[in-house]
Design a protein around this ligand. Sequence first.
Ligand SMILES: [Zn+2]
Length: 343
Amino acid sequence: MKRFADLAGQGGLVESLQQAIKSHRVAHAYLVSGEAGSGKKTLALAFAQALLCQEQTATVCGVCSNCRRIEQGTHPDVAVIEPQGGRIRIDEIRTLKDRFALQAYGGSWKVGIIIDAETMTDAAANSLLKLLEEPFGQAVLILLSSSPSKLLPTIVSRCQVVKMQRLSRTQIAAYLEEEEEIPAETALVVAGLADGRLGRAMEVASPKSLAWRERVLAVLAHEDGRGLEALRLAAELDDEPEAIEFAFEVMGSWFRDMLLAATGCPQELIVNQDYFAFLSKEGKLYNEHAYHSAIYQIEDTLRAIRANANRRLALDTLLYLLSDLTSFLKASENHKYGKSSRS
Ligand SMILES: [Zn+2]
């Protein structure tokens, strides 16, 4: 349930929005900025719920029909617009204008939420600008963007800007543990992978993502039959390309951890906490240039895949290389120090 209280770590933000509702000073338009996965949509929906909640206490009861319909995405006075095929077009802004022109179904607020507002076409942005210039009664527009600098300055200047805060790893872990009942060790790992973003943490905490992490680490951390496992994993990722970015994040985190462990850094800086003993033992086997080289290979392969390289071949090659860590890291060390394998 997207309650205000659930927006862990965004306390100051939530309070100022609640205060605006209580003191009848709700702005016509807000621009919520923050990285992908920082919880912008959650905040916008919670704000809509707080405005429309039948309890009228500026919080979110979560059980009245308005709260529930907003949660389910079926409330007639709350419109959510998102890019179709990468762009938000003028027709969608026109539809929003038409909806704003009607009497609110529940007789109170109307809310329009525009996800990835920076993807509006020029025509859509100009149409939105006109809407912002006309007073539109008891309605609120909430623009969400991870790249607010790409929005028209004339749009930004008409919005009250709200910035999502980055959270610490311990804040995210505590939230996952308390609210989502995720075991402490897993919560810490997830918080490390989410890199300060609560929305991202919720995605990473899904059983599906956690299973992918297990699959990737099985290839990187276990000795038996790793080459074969690596090729199996490459085939699975090729079949499920939407998991590739996350799998690469996990791989990157693994070698960064190795690098940290090699330099003897404290345990709390390690992302893959549950492998700490393994990392501290293995991390010392090679020098840091080798880990830099592994990280570089991972980033380079991801770039190639994004640029439409032969995906299966790229995955096979990278995973096979990384699975045979000893050969790979030795080869990188030799390369680094100019010791050709011919010598
Ligand atoms: Zn309610």
